[in-house]
Design a protein around this ligand. Structure first.
Ligand SMILES: Nc1ncnc2c1ncn2[C@@H]1O[C@H](COP(=O)(O)OP(=O)(O)OP(=O)(O)O)[C@@H](O)[C@H]1O
Length: 316
């Protein structure tokens, strides 16, 4: 395979065991993960807290030493060609870390200096414009809003113009508007040819942005599929019904996968979207003499995908 069609990132049998704090074996954070990130995609890495996502990213970034396995970035093996591998990747960390007394312009210039980029070839002004921070170029980083700081982190990760950009939970804890802005930025960079890897807890975010999603759970890869296929695997949907009166006995029906009371007059019914629909579920409840005053549906989320995946693993 020529480099032109090689994966942007290729990971084989990646194992990480953290050194034990006291006696004992130490945490096995990655248990032999293999995956390829195709060039040109937005690739989502999903998993619950502690699944091993940051460990994987930190290994790529050279901040955590792997126990075994191989990782290559843009064809460069991180053990044998660390310098080129590092030059091929930009990392946007989870934590916002800037020296508060540097300006955004200085942050980018200093980073360019670390990469040994000559002054004449630096792109600091262009990068600030790209992330809509030109008017803050000379402001102290500490005076920037949270959203501005996150955009500056993206610009900082792109200083050396890497073909691969990795974002670790770019929108954790940010408001809806800022999340949209960051999505636009990620999409624009991807349209310009940058391969993007991002970790997120939000399935909605992964659905909106990612071409492909890998899920890791307890250090193991449990899915790696085009987004549409993965979302379709979450076969269960949930309707939340507010009833006119509190009930003593829950309604029952063969189409209900699960029925639970979340309050005396609110029930949550889980159903298999391939076998029935919300209309039939409502009809079944009404047929049991319960009047419904409000209905909301809850979309499948990451947890539902996990349930769906683990159920399948047990039945196949
Ligand atoms: N430096 C460390 N020393 C020991 N154990 C660690 C260290 N860093 C992470 N771990 C453990 O390794 C496992 C994977 O952690 P990791 O941070 O990679 O997960 P994550 O999927 O990124 O989670 P989050 O979404 O919370 O960031 C966890 O059990 C964590 O406690």
């Amino acid at each position: 395979m020529s480099q032109s069609d090689a994966p942007a990132i290729s990971i084989r049998n990646l194992v990480k065991r953290y050194a034990p704090a006291g006696n004992g074996e130490g945490k096995l954070a990655l248990k032999g993960v293999s995956l390829d990130v195709p060039q040109g995609q937005i690739f989502g890495l999903l998993g619950p807290n502690g699944a091993g996502k940051s460990t994987m990213i930190n290994i790529m970034a050279g901040m955590v030493r792997k126990t075994s396995g191989t990782v290559s970035i843009w064809g460069f093996d991180i053990d044998h060609d660390r310098r080129n591998a590092s030059r091929a990747i930009g990392i946007v960390p989870q934590e916002i870390v800037f020296d508060p007394f540097f300006t955004p312009y200085e942050v980018l210039e200093n980073t360019a200096g670390l990469y040994g980029i000559p002054k004449a070839e630096r792109l600091s002004e262009q990068l600030l414009a790209d992330v809509h921070l030109s008017d803050k170029a000379k402001a102290y980083a500490r005076t920037l809003s949270g959203g501005m700081k996150r955009r500056l982190l993206v610009a900082k990760a792109m200083v050396h113009q890497p073909p691969v950009l990795v974002l670790d939970e770019p929108t954790a804890g940010v408001d809806v508007e800022l999340r949209r802005q960051l999505w636009e930025l990620v999409k624009r960079l991807n349209d310009e040819g940058v391969t993007v890897v991002l970790t997120t807890h939000y399935l909605e975010e992964a659905e909106e942005l990612c071409d492909r999603i890998a899920i890791i759970n307890h250090g193991e890869l449990i899915a790696n599929k085009p987004t549409r296929e993965l979302v379709d695997m979450a076969r269960e949907k949930i309707v939340v019904l507010t009833l006119e009166k509190p009930i003593d006995t829950l309604p029952g029906h063969p189409a209900f996968v699960k029925c639970a009371a979340v309050a005396p007059d609110i029930i949550e019914i889980t159903y298999d979207k391939d076998k029935t629909n919300a209309g039939e579920i409502l009809g079944a409840v009404q047929a049991q003499g319960m009047a419904i005053v409000d209905v909301t549906t809850r979309e499948a989320d990451l947890e539902d995908v996990f349930v769906s995946l683990t159920t399948q693993a047990q039945t196949t």
